[in-house]
Design a protein around this ligand. Structure first.
Ligand code: KG4
Ligand code: ZN
Length: 344
């Protein structure tokens, strides 16, 4: 017998709810415990080194490694929070979007624990979770959020803690995907974003890859292809490229696409706060560009520390807490994972 409706209802309006959050949508197995907006523990087991030799995340390998790591990571999150499982009020788990096999490991682990301990299970959207780490820095809705990662490039109007309205999203590749692909063609190790960022800082943005860009929507495949063609053409002609300048020029154009979309969204909605999230939020040029453009328009910019930009359990636990506080997103025990965001 599993009926947690009453337990879940009792959490409504409370600000000291203890939530265990689980994340397994890509290549990090992560779990964390929060009490309200206070982080009690934060455990991440990264598979980055395993996938490095394949030059990218191999979905089946990711699922198998999540299976190996999940129980240990959850145990460690509870233990290092200084609590017992009996103190947990609810379990939150990322169920969309992401790699389906990888998501299923987190979802099954969370379901088993919820059933065994008779705890409410809260479903979490990965993109919404990324945005929620910004609550650790004191942001209050409404604000514009940019989620820039290996899988997503979305601009969202956050109207309330449980009210997310998609304004724009990439029509093709994600910004991080473009960084990783360019890095790969340049012979840099996976994930390539940090390496491109580092080289770009030493270069000059003196190459224009996309001469005429459509400013009405977010798209990265044109830029990615233009950079790859530039590198291949130089190779065919036996010319040596300046790798720092290629990285600087690509980064400049990639960042401008995202920054333009964010500033346009802020203008349309009249929001005076912007938050960024996702792995690419660690990019130094993106941080600098948005800081300058936001300051010029009197907009307050929130940027999480790099640890909270990439996938982590804290963001899932926080998203779960905000849901429980408003009595939202309670999931049944037949909760399924989905590779795409529901309804999108
Ligand atoms: O959020 P995340 O950890 O996983 C996904 O949900 O995708 O983001 C990973 C992405 C990778 O594409 C990685 O290359 C990129 O974030 N990334 C960066 C930087 N640090 C991480 N891209 C550009 N500059 C960086 N400093
Ligand atoms: Zn992510």
């Amino acid at each position: 017998m599993y009926d947690v409706t009453e337990k879940f209802a009792k959490l409504k309006g409370k600000d000291d709810i203890i939530v265990l959050g689980l994340e397994s949508s890509c290549d990090e197995t992560a779990a964390a415990v929060v009490r309200g907006k206070t982080v009690l523990s934060d455990v991440i087991s990264s598979q980055a080194d395993i996938h490095k030799r394949f030059g990218g995340v191999v979905p089946e390998v990711a699922s198998r490694n999540h299976t190996l790591a999940a129980v240990g990571v959850v145990d460690e999150a509870i233990r290092s929070a200084g609590i017992g499982i009996e103190d947990v009020d609810a379990i939150a788990v990322t169920c969309e979007p992401g790699l389906i096999g990888a998501l299923l490991v987190g979802v099954s682990t969370a379901k088993s624990l919820a059933y065994a301990r008779k705890l409410p299970l809260i479903k979490v959207n990965h993109i919404e979770a990324h945005i929620c780490v910004n609550y650790l820095y004191g942001i209050e809705p409404p604000f514009i959020a940019l989620v820039a990662s290996g899988g997503h490039t979305s601009v969202i109007d956050v109207v309330g803690e449980n009210d997310f309205r998609l304004i724009d999203a990439t029509k093709d590749d994600a910004i991080g995907e473009a960084f990783d692909k360019v890095a790969r063609v340049l012979g840099l190790p996976y994930p390539g974003g940090p390496a491109v960022d580092e080289l770009a800082r030493r270069g000059a943005p003196d190459i224009t890859f996309v001469k005429k860009r459509h400013k009405d929507f977010i798209s990265y495949s044109g830029l990615k292809t233009a950079v790859i063609n530039y590198i291949h053409n130089a190779e065919q002609r036996g010319e040596k490229i300046n790798i720092e300048n290629v990285c600087a020029s690509f980064s400049r154009e990639a960042v401008d696409i995202a920054a333009d979309a964010v500033m346009k969204a802020a203008e349309i909605t009249g929001r005076n706060a912007v938050a960024i999230a996702g792995g690419v939020a660690a990019n130094s040029l993106l941080r600098k560009t948005l800081a300058e453009r936001a300051a010029a328009r009197g907009i307050k910019l929130y940027i999480p520390s790099p640890r909270y930009c990439t996938d982590n359990g804290v963001m899932v636990a926080l998203r779960g807490y905000l849901s429980a506080k408003e009595g939202k997103n309670l999931a049944p025990l037949n909760l399924n994972a989905s590779s795409v965001s529901e309804g999108k």
